[in-house]
Design a protein around this ligand. Structure first.
Ligand SMILES: Cc1cc2nc3c(=O)[nH]c(=O)nc-3n(C[C@H](O)[C@H](O)[C@H](O)COP(=O)(O)O)c2cc1C
Length: 368
């Protein structure tokens, strides 16, 4: 897929998830294949220019973590421009602008979703960035502030004129938060509003079939996956295979999932140090466990994780405990098999119980 000056291996993107899409997770997903471009968590442009250690850690990358986009937020045109110039000088391949974040902290300073209500000011800010660098500048938005204010098509046109290389659209309004259904026709309206800039659809993709449905239904050029990648890091490889061959790959077994989970933890320890890496992994491991079958014995211990060795102990104990739910073949007994999560826009009858929807992670970013 053409993406500004770059050619990507696939039209599948990793959405920024603050607190999750850090270097260890990106490397874990990349090793499994299928990913076209990954994006960092959002980074405050001013903090980056001030070289705040936290901001610098957020843009930490490695030669195998490519191609990479850094997502910026901020509303001061000069700061956004200078941050883009700085990122280009570091060799970052693309810069994404956050326009769809409903967190109060971001909207208060005029960034995030607030940008969508001030069209010409936003277009000027973006143009300032586009003119200052050679790497692609992209923008990520929601459909609008609320149902009555679906501004994405108009904003998309203005941003195309300002020179963005691609647009990411989460098919919900700011008011919706993460509730309700992803609006495929809303994404389609953005696709139709622009002349040639690629539009990447986003929201609730948890399976290869959901990715295909969004691509076909909206005419978008690619799809971006956030929580679905946490739920299933193989989703890019599986989706690429499905889009190319029409064949759905079989699901992964427990041992394969454990191997990747351990690899993810090892990278966390390597990149953040053992104490912090293990602490950060407390909220990551339960995502892997969602597909282990009964996992309360694992989850209740892993939330206290403090060392790599302890993780092996927890896993050993869990394997033993989990064996009561297995058949002789080593498969989970049918009644203990996890119920797959549903995708809002794939629900045939429209009455899928909310419990089966992909969860929105808890924590300081709860309101994304
Ligand atoms: C925990 C969490 C953190 C997020 N952080 C960001 C972020 O930093 N920047 C951003 O543009 N969107 C962020 N989002 C929104 C996602 O990128 C994405 O648009 C949204 O989750 C819908 O896609 P999904 O259903 O595939 O997860 C975040 C979402 C969640 C759940």
């Amino acid at each position: 897929m053409r993406f500004g000056t770059m050619t990507l291996q696939s039209n599948l993107f990793l959405s920024p998830l603050a607190g999750y899409t850090n270097l260890p997770f990106r490397l874990t997903v990349r090793e499994l294949g299928g990913l076209g471009l990954a994006t960092t968590d959002l980074v405050n442009a001013r903090s980056l220019l001030e070289k705040r250690p936290k901001a610098l850690k957020m843009i930490e990358t490695s030669p195998t973590d490519q191609p990479l986009a850094v997502q910026l937020f901020g509303s001061i045109p000069e700061e956004m421009r200078d941050a883009a110039i700085y990122l280009e000088s570091l060799g970052i391949q693309s810069v994404d602008i956050n326009m769809g974040c409903p967190v109060r902290k971001v909207c208060r300073v005029g960034g995030g979703s607030a940008m969508m209500t001030e069209l010409s000011r936003t277009a000027a800010l973006v143009k300032g960035m586009v003119d200052a660098v050679r790497i692609p500048i992209t923008a990520k938005m929601r459909l609008g502030w609320d149902e009555q204010n679906i501004t994405a098509p108009e904003l998309a046109r203005a941003l195309e004129d300002a020179g963005v290389a691609a647009l990411f659209v989460h098919g919900r309004t700011r008011e919706q938060g993460f509730s309700g259904t992803v609006n495929l026709s809303g994404i389609g309206a953005v696709v139709r509003a622009v002349r040639k800039v690629p539009v990447i659809g986003n929201g609730d993709i948890t399976t290869p079939s959901a990715a295909k449905r969004m691509l076909e239904n909206t005419g978008c050029a690619g799809v971006s996956i956030g929580r679905g990648a946490f739920y299933n890091p193989w989703i890019f490889q599986q989706t690429l295979h499905y889009l190319n061959s029409g064949e759905l790959l079989p699901g992964l077994d427990f041992e394969a999932r454990v191997r990747v989970m351990c690899r993810h933890l090892d990278l966390m320890v390597q990149i953040f140090g053992e104490a912090l890496g293990c602490r950060m992994f407390r909220k990551v491991a339960p995502w892997y466990a969602k597909q282990f079958g009964p996992a309360n014995e694992f989850n209740k211990r892993v939330v206290l994780l403090s060392s790599r060795a302890e993780f092996d102990e927890i896993l050993g104990h869990y394997r033993h405990w989990r064996s009561q739910f297995l058949e002789e073949t080593g498969e989970l007994k049918p009644r203990f098999r996890p119920v797959p999560v549903s995708t809002s826009f794939m629900a045939e009858s429209g009455n899928t119980p909310p419990a089966q929807r992909i969860p929105v992670p808890k924590g300081p970013v709860e309101v994304w």
